[in-house]
Design a protein around this ligand. Structure first.
Ligand code: COA
Length: 162
């Protein structure tokens, strides 16, 4: 099995992050519940296999909460997503955080499966939460994974103390 190494994002990764965001989410910006983020400017971790970048997690720390803003694995099912969350969690704990949180959309079944397996719980449903965000980012598609209409946000949370 290939070894996954995780490192902090550096200024040299900026162009790669922007391209990944464009390819994954249709824009260099992501909108989460009325908030606009530019992942290339956020704190983050990069996963590498064979010295090639294969994943990215970006996050924001506020008080004792660490919010994942984006998570992308380019080698799915090999442990890249898990390794990135482990590294962000470790870093967040060292900075005094006790809560991990994130928002995902109702269509993203793969992410919901992945996060719940990791230990996150469903904390909140925001029905039709995407509607307002489409005004901020018209690139958000109408349909997501498996042809499911993208409508709602789900907030997931996990204690970092345990
Ligand atoms: C969600 C995502 C980051 C998961 O990354 P990944 O590298 O495939 O995840 P891992 O390989 O670390 O998987 C961790 C666990 O989840 C399971 N898993 C991940 N994706 C799965 C899938 N599609 N089906 C079944 N199980 C899955 C793995 O089997 C593994 O379980 P284990 O730890 O018991 O072995 C990846 O699917 C992705 O990049 N999706 C597109 C971007 C996205 O939607 N991001 C989330 C937005 S909030």
């Amino acid at each position: 099995m290939s070894t996954i190494s995780i490192r902090n994002i550096s200024p040299k990764d900026k162009t790669w992050v922007k391209t990944l965001m464009l390819e994954s989410w249709g824009s260099e910006k992501v909108v989460v519940c009325g908030r606009i983020f530019e992942p290339a400017t956020l704190a983050g971790m990069i996963a590498e296999m064979h010295h090639e970048r294969c994943g990215l997690a970006t996050y924001v720390i506020s008080d004792t909460t660490c919010e994942i803003i984006t998570l992308n694995s380019l080698q799915r099912g090999l442990g890249v997503g898990r390794a990135l969350l482990d590294a962000v969690a470790q870093n967040a704990k060292e900075q005094g955080c006790n809560l991990f949180t994130l928002f995902t959309t109702n269509d993203n079944i793969d992410a919901l499966r992945f996060y719940q397996k990791y230990g996150f719980h469903l904390a909140k449903l925001i029905p039709n939460g995407i509607q307002a965000d489409r005004k901020l980012k018209p690139e958000i598609p109408r349909q997501g994974e498996n042809g499911i209409p993208i409508r709602d946000y789900l907030e997931l949370r996990m204690d970092l103390d345990t």
